[in-house]
Design a protein around this ligand. Structure first.
Ligand SMILES: C[S@@+](CC[C@H](N)C(=O)[O-])C[C@H]1O[C@@H](n2cnc3c(N)ncnc32)[C@H](O)[C@@H]1O
Ligand SMILES: [Zn+2]
Length: 283
């Protein structure tokens, strides 16, 4: 069976979560590997096993090289404490879960969280990832099976209301009204945002003596609390040694063009700090 057919079969079992991004009707995943509504708005499943639900053109500053770098960095394990925390939280549901990763990029966070969760519980995760950057979703489709990968804009997402137990939003822009629409009544949003020490060593390298050296997420946390109830904030801080060849990967995985402005010739970065807040809230 081709990858495309395998994805179509997997998506068909979950087709109740889809809503047409044009007319909002229910959708069907056909034997011909297309996702379609009764008004014949039709979206093909690509050979890498993802679906492009975009209804308007979008440009992204995130390209293939950035996503390749993010995959290597995430797989190197530097986000492991964050993944463990999220898995612990998911375990507390004590049931199978439907999860949407919003702004999932190349999909490694969702794939690793699903794998770890399923290793330590008897429950399963039905997971979907959405991102406006096609290059990210192509990589996700190519690398991770048994997950649903969608190119799409969160502002026009292809999902029915009340479809997800958990929404993940990791280092990505949020759309809170959409999160509220998509979550089931007891659903939870898990948003991961940088804290002041996040990638500190890189920032020092690039922005020495400038304001950008320090960073506060106060406003983001405040906005999150305005939208969700019972908010919990968990801080994850860890400094790890990194191999020299990972430094350029780290620089490359950021969208800020740091690689253009920095003098990395002396390459004095030997360790890196991961400093994140995990914001957990209920609808
Ligand atoms: C910094 S990246 C993080 C990606 C991934 N979560 C990770 O940590 O590797 C932010 C992501 O948000 C996506 N994004 C931005 N606006 C979006 C939108 N309106 N709808 C869907 N994705 C969006 C970008 O394309 C990008 O992949
Ligand atoms: Zn339609």
């Amino acid at each position: 069976m081709s990858k495309k057919e395998a994805s179509a079969n997997y998506m068909r079992k979950q087709q109740a979560i889809f809503a047409c991004p044009v007319c909002h009707e229910e959708m069907t995943v056909t034997e011909q590997c297309v996702v379609t509504c009764k008004n014949r708005h039709t979206f093909d499943i690509a050979k890498q096993g993802y679906v492009n639900f975009m209804t308007h053109p979008a440009t992204s500053m995130y390209g293939k090289d950035l996503f390749d770098a993010r995959k290597e960095i995430i797989e190197s394990g530097i986000y492991a404490p964050m993944h463990e925390n999220v898995v612990e939280l998911l375990k507390t549901f004590g049931q199978n879960l439907t999860i949407l990763d919003t702004g999932c990029g190349e999909g490694s966070h969702l794939a690793m969280i699903k794998k770890q969760f399923e290793e330590i519980t008897t429950n399963i995760i039905v997971g979907a990832g959405i991102d406006i950057a096609k290059e990210g979703i192509i990589a996700a489709g190519r690398n991770y099976e048994d997950l649903i990968w969608c190119v799409g804009d969160l502002a026009k997402s292809p999902f029915q209301e009340s479809s997800f137990d958990v929404i993940l939003n990791i280092l990505s822009p949020a759309n809170y009204s959409e999160f509220e629409r998509l979550l089931k009544p007891n659903g939870v949003v898990v948003k991961v945002v940088p804290q002041s020490g996040y990638l500190r060593q890189l920032r020092e390298l690039f922005y020495a003596d400038s304001d950008k050296e320090s960073y506060s997420n106060d406003r983001t946390v405040e906005r999150f609390k305005e939208h969700f109830s019972d908010v919990e904030v968990k801080r994850i801080t860890q400094t790890v040694t990194i191999a020299p060849e990972m430094v350029s990967m780290l620089i490359y995985m950021t969208p800020m063009g740091w690689h253009q402005t920095a003098d990395t010739s002396s390459n004095q970065v030997e360790e890196i700090t991961i400093d994140l807040d995990i914001l957990i809230g209920k609808v």
